[in-house]
Design a protein around this ligand. Sequence first.
Ligand code: GDP
Ligand code: IMO
Ligand code: MG
Length: 427
Amino acid sequence: MPAYAIIGGQWGDEGKGKVVDFLSEGAHIVARFSGGNNAGHTVVTDRGEFKFHLIPSGVLWPHVTGIIGNGVVVDPDALLEEISGLQAQSVDMSRLLVSDRAHVIMPYHVALDHLEEQARGEGAIGTTGKGIGPAYMDKAARVGIRMGDLLDEKGLLSSLGFILEQKNTLITRLYGGAPFSLEELYERCREWGRSLESFIRPAGPVLQEALAKKQRLLLEGAQGSMLDLDHGTYPYVTSSSSTIGGACTGLGISPKHIQEVIGIYKAYTTRVGSGALPTELKDEIGEAIRERAWEYGTTTGRPRRCGWFDAVAARYSATLNGMTSAVLTRLDVLDGFSPLKICVAYRLNGKVTDCFPGSASALEACEPVYEEFPGWDRPTAGARHISELPQGAVNFVRRIEELLGCPLSMVSTGPDREETIILKPIL
Ligand code: GDP
Ligand code: IMO
Ligand code: MG
């Protein structure tokens, strides 16, 4: 049972990229299973800083095969740009594989993402504008183009002709936007097919063979559990399954192979885009965290909303995913802040509850109930062993572990690989 899933426990940007890179030293395959280039995963090594959007964050290790699974939606231009950017940073891309079943984000998906957001007005979701929602809509509606289709020029022309008529009607009649030309789009698809042909393959057999050989697979989650289409803060969510179920459907592997589910949490909370965030700090403390931690989106550059650690949401996602352990990142960001707070319950309609509500309006009405902690007197930044942490930080970390209800396996104290404390070896 050699698959290890890395899942965002909050609203994304928890530091999944750093943890995936760290654990990839001991993995054979690192595979993305959901989302698309709405994700932005940053890895810092002695070779510099790397930003991943579609390509798995484990590919910096020369022995790792990177797989973009069937559950991912792929913008071919974004993928080509990422491949050449990584090659320019001397990263070998010859072991990258893109599932022929992954759906293509077409230019009309990107256009529709923007037009739909404009139409929502005040109720806008605050999407990344990368065409994610419209691409998954077409997948579910069974009118999507898949990566493998880019290699079948004849078939592509006929399906594109049918789909584009629908899309152009929608774009021009409903939204007053500009139509797409079939000839130009078809030509672009053919170019994508030619440029990406060597990467596009069935991923299932590669994964199954690796599992049969008991090789280690790292399943790299994107987004966070609270952005999951079914279990997140709907409708302010993304359009894919960022929780553990998505790892099975998004790669075509059985749950019986998943040995560990590792939840990634940062020591506070951030969110980009709209939707309730009960612990949000709309004051100078939130601003100070944002500036200290440079909490600006990797993909869109938008400021991330910052707040205290929300243990109600965190325990909900730990339970939902059956997390076997958790990693706490960005502890160092809290150095110097005092007091610190953890939200341990919500007050909703005059009652105290530790249940995470299912509706956006109920979450909006929740007020956090906090436990306070004194800050610590020495920095945690760069610590590599638990004994290097001040007692105040140890108390804070252990309280989060208790509230999560699953053991912490690692604590991260800086963006670099080395700035990591191992509490319980994972693989
Ligand atoms: P992801 O989307 O979950 O991979 O997270 P992002 O890469 O979008 O955002 C996390 C940011 O925090 C990145 O800039 C990382 O380099 C950085 N980071 C990760 N772990 C730590 C940590 O422990 N401390 C600090 N200061 N930065 C960290
Ligand atoms: P990583 O993998 C943080 C958010 C968007 C928006 C909502 C829907 O880096 O953690 P979409 O474009 O997916 O339709 O937008 O989801 N979102 C993320 N927020 N980190 C991400 O990815 C995100 N991917 C999507 O900001 O609120
Ligand atoms: Mg990110």
